[in-house]
Design a protein around this ligand. Structure first.
Ligand code: MSP
Length: 687
């Protein structure tokens, strides 16, 4: 690596968002993904520069302000603040937030305009053709049918106006040469092919200014011709340069070219893959290294979900919902949302956004899979080793190998921006470790070791070390996605080094030193009991409250809040009946213990019963049949702590002996399982 290269920061951009509405999980998907990719680069040891911001000079922004009855600048100030607030709540660590109404941006745009005019790439002419305000795009005749743009379905109007043009047509050959010489410039590959087709259909010069009256005066004036306002896309793309300090700041050289422009697919072909590279060529500036477009969140009908469909949740509202339903701290709920967005998306395709699916995944991936691995590992360590990592634990080569493979798969997926697959790789390790614990049954090894069996003693050390070490590796791999959760997880492993300081080399097996003291255990992501998503929930999630100082306060309060009161009760509590009183001795006859569900499966030929394998701290596991199949899915139960009546007469049902019963609250006929307030040692007696 040359020293020049070493000094260059890894520069990532999100699109700058139109401020005609509040942020939602669409803009959050892109912003969170970029933040993840930036943190990943830091894990690899790169210095980074990360820019997001707001696109404020659009006609549709001006229209929205007018509709809201607020002066445009005031309106954009409020929304820009709302975006910043939202990103901070989601732990987005941007280096700079650029607003296109800022003087530094206006200066950069006017400088570009001057340079390109001087070089003959901008000329004046009349324009006649179709314009869509909603898309802020000029369309050709062939791109319009029945008054709408075919590509976007948005209405167009015929405009005839004096105009400035950018000589895009002059760049056909140079663009094609660059794309061919740099196969990974435009990604993913199938979208690169769309760009090649688009360019080969022929590039026409592009209108880049509009008369002042057409934009109602809102926007950046053409230098020396204040009656003309610069076209919003020409203006917006330049923000990527302006945020580096260009043209005056020498710091620009350490940042430009961008390593990655990351965005949704609708603004890829025309703007980021064609117009922008041509503008940079005209300026004699190097082109970005990678330009990547992901798919959309869509609604049930496959239409892009967003402001116009009114269907996408506000990210902070969604994190609040996760917080309320699970009882997790706001910061952990925000991390959970980051995880859910990146895991639910399939970056190359469109995905239907579903709140239900997110809640289910919260339970299965975070509360169950990750939560169990951590809680079981820490609890067993406390029980078998007083929480102190044993010295000289022999390495479990198979598990170390799985971890190494996962690390490789993760790196490959991240380098191709398939963030969902990087997470899937990590969860392969999490899943393997949960199965490993079941297979190796450390509790049995501990008993044998206590009885003097040396092999079991060694094996117990191997197994427990493998659990902790794999969890440590998981903490580093999840850190770009869930930075706060990763540190909380590490704290329980007894690791004091903040995960932000961890580097790729730390993923080698054996990093957790003997003598480390683990604990105390605390569930990071408590399970969500109430998975219902009704109209009220959706209204809460999508309601776009006006932005004000109020909003700022809510977020800061929430970010520092500890566990809130979990969600509202689902039904009024039932009245106490006339049950006879019992003595404490009577109650003591009931042996209630904390159990952990190891396996759950439906019982054939009935849709009411589930067959559970439950560990209650005894030598043998218990089989318990429970009539909860209509309310709980088997996969939701595995790994969960429950309350078991252990001294109930066994009872045969459907040919299977049920050895105990689970406790559940009866909520209008719906069972709601009881579980301890925090994870406790399995078998703990309930009195
Ligand atoms: N202002 C322009 C971008 C200028 S960049 C120089 C713009 N803004 S936008 O507010 O409409 O944001 C578009 C971006 O938001 C998309 O490219 C995508 O990154 C994100 N998304 C908006 N809705 C989305 C979905 N429904 N699904 C996925 N991404 C979403 O275009």
């Amino acid at each position: 690596m040359s020293s020049d290269h070493a000094a260059k920061k890894y520069y990532v951009t999100t699109p700058i968002y139109y401020v005609n509405g509040q942020p939602h999980v669409g803009s959050a998907l892109t912003t969170v993904s970029c933040d993840v990719l930036v943190r990943y680069q830091r894990l690899l040891g790169r210095e980074t520069y990360f820019v997001t911001g707001t696109d404020e000079n659009a006609t549709k922004v001006q229209d929205a302000a007018e509709k809201a009855g607020i002066p445009t600048k005031e309106f954009t100030d409020q929304l820009a603040a709302a975006f910043q607030q939202c990103w901070r709540a989601l732990h987005i660590e941007y280096s700079d937030f650029i607003r296109t109404t800022e003087a530094r941006h206006v200066h950069a745009v006017q400088t570009v305009f001057r340079i390109l005019s001087d070089r003959g790439y901008i000329y004046r002419d009349d324009y006649e053709g179709w314009y869509s305000v909603s898309d802020e795009t000029f369309f050709r005749d062939s791109e319009v049918r029945d008054g709408v743009a075919i590509e976007t379905g948005k209405p167009v109007v015929w405009v005839k106006e004096p105009n400035y043009f950018f000589r895009l047509s002059a760049f056909h050959d140079r663009l094609m040469q660059h794309i061919e010489a740099h196969p990974d410039f435009l990604q993913p590959e199938f979208r690169r092919n769309e760009v090649i087709r688009f360019i080969n259909e022929g590039l026409r010069d592009m209108s880049i200014a509009r008369p002042r009256r057409a934009t109602k005066g809102w926007g950046i004036p053409v230098p020396d011709d204040p009656d003309q306002i610069i076209y919003v896309w020409f203006d917006a793309l330049i923000s990527y340069l302006a945020a580096t300090g260009w043209p005056e700041d020498p710091g620009f050289a350490q940042i430009w070219p961008a390593d990655l422009h990351f965005m949704g697919k609708e603004i890829f072909v025309r703007f980021h893959a064609t117009l922008w590279p041509a503008m940079l060529m005209a300026l004699d500036l190097p082109l970005p290294t990678h330009v990547y477009a992901h798919g959309w969140w869509v609604d049930v009908e496959g239409r892009k979900a967003g402001k116009s469909t009114g269907g996408l949740p506000h990210p902070v509202r969604f994190a609040e919902l996760l917080m309320q339903r699970s009882g997790a701290d706001f910061d952990l709920a925000a991390d959970a949302l980051r995880y859910l967005l990146c895991r639910e998306m399939n970056y190359e395709q469109d995905v239907e956004f579903s709140v239900e699916k997110c809640l289910l995944r919260f339970n299965s991936d975070l509360a169950n899979d990750l939560g169990n691995l951590l809680n079981r590992s820490v609890n067993m360590m406390l029980k078998f080793y007083d929480g102190v990592v044993p010295a000289d634990a022999p390495v479990d080569a198979e598990i170390a190998q799985v971890a190494a493979q996962v690390r490789e798969d993760y790196a490959r997926a991240m380098s191709e921006y398939r963030l969902h697959q990087a997470l899937a790789a990590v969860w392969r390790l999490v899943g393997r470790m949960n199965r490993y614990i079941d297979e190796r049954a450390p509790w049995a090894l501990a008993r044998a070791a206590e009885n003097g069996d040396e092999t079991s003693r060694q094996e117990l050390a191997t197994v427990m070390y493998a659990c902790l070490e794999a969890t440590r590796i998981v903490s580093i791999l999840i850190a770009p996605f869930m930075p706060v959760a990763a540190d909380a997880l590490r704290a329980q492993l007894g690791i004091t080094q903040p995960v932000a300081l961890a580097r790729w080399e730390d993923l080698h097996w054996g990093g957790l030193p003997a003598g480390t003291r683990v604990g105390p255990p605390k569930p990071l992501f408590p399970r969500i009991q109430d998975l219902r998503v009704d109209v009220q929930t959706l209204t809460f999630l999508t309601a776009s409250r006006p932005v004000s100082k109020e909003d700022t306060r809510t977020v800061t309060e929430n970010t520092t809040a500890t566990a809130p009161t979990p969600g509202t009760p689902v039904a009024p509590p039932e009245q106490g009946g006339n049950t006879p009183l019992i003595s404490i001795e009577d109650f003591a006859k009931v042996e209630l213990r904390v159990g952990e569900v190891l396996a759950a499966e439906p019982v054939p030929n009935t849709d009411k019963l589930l067959r559970l394998t439950v560990q209650t701290g005894e030598d043998e596991t218990r089989t318990i049949l429970s009539g909860i199949a209509e309310y709980y899915r088997p996969e939701e139960l595995v790994g969960r702590q429950i309350v078991v009546i252990c001294n109930l007469q066994p009872r045969r049902m459907r040919g299977i002996e049920s050895q105990g019963m689970l406790l559940a609250a009866d909520v209008g006929g719906r069972p709601v399982l009881l579980q301890p307030d925090s994870i406790v040692p399995v078998g703990a007696r309930i009195r």
